[in-house]
Design a protein around this ligand. Sequence first.
Ligand SMILES: [Zn+2]
Length: 203
Amino acid sequence: MTSPATPAEVIQALQQGNERFREARSIHPHASQARLHELETGQTPQAAVLTCSDSRVAVELLFDSGFGDLFVIRNAGNASTPGSLASVEYAVEALNVPVVLVMSHSGCGAVGAACSPEHLLTPTLMDHVGHIRNGLKAGGLAFIPPVDLSAAYNLHSKITARELINTSALLRERIQSGQLEVHAACFELHTLAVTWLGVETGA
Ligand SMILES: [Zn+2]
């Protein structure tokens, strides 16, 4: 990818990268020491990605990208937190990324815990997971067992994207001026595919 890119170009590049990975055709771009030396004086990543800390969700590998391509923010369950929002805003304001992608994943322990609140958690984890649970509740997820976890992963991604936008005047301004798109997606561990769940605009 070359900068500056439009949101549509960035989405296409991410989709093509995931397709290469899925089909075992990864080219591992921008992985050299030379590439990193080129970036020593600055970065122009093409997208900010808020995703889960899960060790299986290795963002650069899933999108067959490398150094300098993606500004990645991770926490357990890719939740909207003050820290994750601040990081997204930095990527938008200082680095001018045209795309913010919120990506949940199948088999997510944090979203699973949010759907099964009987799990014993530390107070900090309860707070974090409770936030995810409240979002899912407000989003209309049925909590009658067995909870549809697949629906929960998808819904959580969309809800987090909306929360980021609703909490950030900067994101709303950039969306309204056409400079930014915020997308939701879900990575499926079994198929290795990223399912794109559409553009979010907030509210
Ligand atoms: Zn997870």
